[in-house]
Write a protein that binds this ligand. Structure first.
Ligand code: HEM
Length: 440
């Protein structure tokens, strides 16, 4: 019989190691790794949880998902916000909906989103005026909201409904809570349920109109509604609403947090920003209508995106639930344990990335190719549940960083932004930058 992973000492009644996790999650997990190696066990509110670290264990984590390891059970608390959809369902239902999940990210669709992204970023840049000071994270939040609303729900929706939709969305996501039962009459849960009802009232007629006149629409939402599942049916209206909210959740806080880190790290590293600017001048000089060839040729921004993913992953840990006992290394993780993949600490280990504490986007260039090898860089997940919106987010970040750095001089005013955990992602603390439009 193989042993269970060694448990970290110091768990307290009821909370286990949760208080230590809340205080300094990366520090606590790193210390435990240094003491025990991985996997090791921690106690999360009375439930044991095996922590996995590094590419070999990430491989087990991702290839066992939907077999011994379940995603739906690990993220069950999200159901109160979305209801059942995609990865919140049993593996068979997840597989059945898979064509619908992938359809809005087909190549032709992706090309049309680049145009919208450029339009929205240019509008934003115009509104900034000649010079000023901005709260970067808040600007990224609002910008990625309008881009998402426009790409996912169409121009009319973005113009008429945008703000109201996002206020309701925030009321729902502010109620996310993995600990309290979601039906308890807590004020935030009551606000969530009221917001969801209002959201359904907004989305229902919109979806009905699209079903009645499919030829009038050609966007992300239309693709979602028209694509058939593996069993030949289309999404019901209820399920389509869950998907819209699910996509917004999966792609919103993640994208504005990652975009913010991307820009902060560029401003903290002028030597690299210079290389980015040189490439921008060549690839997207003023007046360029951006297309896939421009996106593909912005190599330096791509490497900076990868480096931000490595150093500041906005999803620092991923979770699963052990449906069956799982052998890993010399240990067996028993059925019923949580399983946590520690992406953040793995990304900072020198045996995985050379000089891991150093900002060095060039580690991802063709010559050095340090990201090579599956499951080394796991900021967008891996295996079957790899982020569906990864290319969408990459395109969006390239358009934002490309146009902003091309047209403006930028200065970081907040000396040392640090990671803070939000509802759906970990992002930078409030960060101010000064901007001045370049003269021709
Ligand atoms: C920088 C931006 C983003 C980051 C860092 C990110 C990260 C992730 C990660 C880590 C996962 C895997 C979760 C797990 O295995 O437990 C995931 C899944 C997912 N993401 Fe993203 N995401 C981003 C943007 C987006 C966008 C823009 C969308 C859609 C518009 C999106 C849609 C999804 C969906 C639908 C899943 C579930 C995939 C599945 O279960 O098959 N994400 N994302």
């Amino acid at each position: 019989m193989r042993a269970e992973p060694p448990m970290v000492k110091g768990a307290v009644p009821i909370f286990g190691h949760m208080l230590k996790m809340r205080k300094d999650q990366p520090g606590f997990l790193r210390q435990a790794y240094d003491a025990h190696g991985a996997p090791f066990g921690i106690n999360m509110m009375g439930r044991p949880c095996a922590v996995l670290v590094g590419p070999d264990q990430a491989k087990v984590f991702f290839t066992q998902t939907d077999k011994a390891l379940r995603m739906d059970k690990a993220y069950k608390f999200l159901e109160a916000m979305f209801g059942k959809m995609g990865f919140l369902q049993e593996p068979e239902a997840y597989q059945n909906e898979r064509p619908v999940q992938l359809a809005p990210f087909r190549r032709e669709k992706m090309l049309s989103y680049i145009e919208i992204m450029q339009e929205e970023v240019e509008l934003w840049l115009e509104r900034l005026g000649k010079e000023g000071k901005m709260d970067l994270v808040d600007e990224m939040r609002q910008l990625t909201q309008v881009i998402a609303a426009h790409c996912l729900m169409g121009r009319e929706f973005r113009q008429k409904m945008g703000r109201n939709f996002w206020d309701l969305f925030m009321a729902m996501s502010n109620a996310l809570d993995p600990f309290f039962p979601p039906h308890w009459p807590l004020p935030k849960f009551i606000r969530r349920d009221i917001a969801k009802k209002k959201m359904v009232k907004i989305l229902e007629p919109l979806i009905e109109e699209r079903r009645a006149n499919p030829d009038n629409y050609d966007d992300f939402l239309q693709e979602l509604l028209m694509t058939k599942m593996k069993d030949g049916r289309q999404l019901t209206t209820d399920l389509a609403i869950n998907w819209v909210i699910g996509f917004m959740f999966a792609g919103h806080e993640t994208t504005f947090s990652h975009s913010s880190w991307l820009l902060i790290q560029l401003l903290q590293n002028p030597w690299y920003l210079e290389k980015v600017r040189e490439e921008i001048q060549k690839v997207i000089p003023t007046g360029t209508k951006m297309g896939i060839e421009h996106i593909t040729n912005l190599h330096h921004i791509q490497w900076a995106i990868d480096e931000s993913e490595r150093m500041r992953p906005v999803a620092p840990n991923l979770f699963r639930y052990a449906q069956e006992p799982l052998e890993i290394g010399d240990y067996t993780i028993p059925e019923g344990w949580w399983v946590l993949l520690d992406t953040l600490n793995a990304h900072h280990m020198d045996h995985i990335f050379h000089g891991a504490q150093k900002y060095d986007p060039l580690r991802f260039n063709e010559e050095r190719d340090e990201g090579k090898g599956r499951f080394k860089l796991t900021g967008f997940g891996g295996g079957i549940h790899t982020c569906t919106g990864k290319n969408f987010a990459h395109y969006e970040m390239k358009v934002i960083a490309g146009l902003l750095c091309r047209d403006f001089e930028l200065e970081l005013l907040t000396p040392d932004p640090h990671p803070v955990q939000g509802k759906g992602a970990s992002g930078p603390s409030q960060t101010f930058i000064r901007y001045r439009r370049k003269t021709a």
